[in-house]
Design a protein around this ligand. Structure first.
Ligand SMILES: C[S@@+](CC[C@H](N)C(=O)[O-])C[C@H]1O[C@@H](n2cnc3c(N)ncnc32)[C@H](O)[C@@H]1O
Length: 272
């Protein structure tokens, strides 16, 4: 791919999804587009990389842009990733929320949830914590991602035995059942606790009616440039309750000039 064409793709991807494509990612983009174009070989708009770019630019339905987003996103995740966050969430954040929320309406948002391991982990911790606290604490959490394909994986809640065996035995027994093919599926009871929705973090105006008590947005801002990251952190700040917590990935540092968060521990911040 010519560098000029790559730069057009990079600009489009940055503008719509916030994701930066530095020149080192050219080979990656080429291989992902190769796969996409091959899969749709012969369909109008899918001739070569130039034709597909024109198709994306002209397609008013947004479907071509969605295909591009599916091609460029990376969904790597696993259960209990950055486990100290979950420990802190269960031992510090939930007791704090229980002490100050009266109606059980705990609002947690797992932004960029990928295939669901992170959101189901949060749901299991909440289920454990609120188990004996009465029906008003039967809360759900919101989990969003840009990619519809990966949300379908999250909704199905099917994981390999190897992935599920990394979880505590009590959770394996309580929240999963074994499928005939040897994989494991999340129980319907746990699935009901997570509301999966497609959501682009670049959406200019966030549509949420009420602020959240907790936002997890981990390992996605690394793909964004500094102004994009700063603007998003500011929005998270605005959409948190006072005293609410923001969790970002361990390799992500937020600039507290963009929002007056209090530092709690590595990659955990709190709205004053
Ligand atoms: C590497 S995964 C991180 C998953 C999980 N949060 C974790 O830490 O393991 C990044 C996810 O961010 C999503 N993503 C990328 N750009 C996005 C955007 N603009 N809006 C929402 N989600 C986005 C991708 O689809 C992908 O599933």
């Amino acid at each position: 791919m010519q560098e000029a064409l790559f730069q057009q793709y990079a600009q489009l991807v940055q503008q719509h999804f916030g994701i930066q494509l530095p020149l080192e990612k050219k080979a990656l983009l080429e291989s992902r587009l190769f796969k996409l174009l091959n899969e749709r070989h012969g369909q109008p708009g899918f001739g070569d990389e130039r034709e597909f770019l024109n198709y994306v630019l002209e397609d008013a339905s947004g479907q071509a842009l969605t295909l591009l987003s599916e091609a460029i996103t990376t969904h790597h995740t696993f259960f209990m990733r950055e486990a100290d966050h979950f420990d802190f969430f269960g031992k510090q954040v939930l007791p704090y929320l229980e002490s100050c929320i009266r109606d059980g309406d705990v609002r947690t948002w797992c932004a960029a949830c990928s295939s669901g391991e992170e959101s189901y982990t949060l749901a299991m911790i909440m289920a454990d914590f609120f188990a004996l606290r009465g029906p008003e604490w039967e809360t759900t959490l919101l989990a969003t991602d840009l990619s519809q394909d990966i949300l379908d994986v999250a909704r199905s809640g099917v994981y390999t035995g190897e992935a599920v065996r990394s979880l505590p035995a009590q959770w394996q027994a309580e929240f999963f059942h074994r499928l005939p093919d040897g994989n494991y599926q999340v129980s319907d009871r746990l699935k009901q606790k997570v509301l999966y929705r497609k959501f682009n973090l670049m959406t200019p105006v966030f549509p949420f009616r009420k602020p959240f008590h907790v936002i997890f947005c981990r390992n996605v801002m690394i793909y964004f440039d500094t102004p994009t990251r700063d603007a998003l952190v500011r929005k998270f700040y605005d959409f948190l309750e006072p005293g609410g917590f923001l969790f970002v990935g361990h390799s992500e540092v937020i600039d507290r000039q963009s929002a007056p968060f209090e530092y709690v521990m590595p990659s955990v911040y709190r709205k004053k």
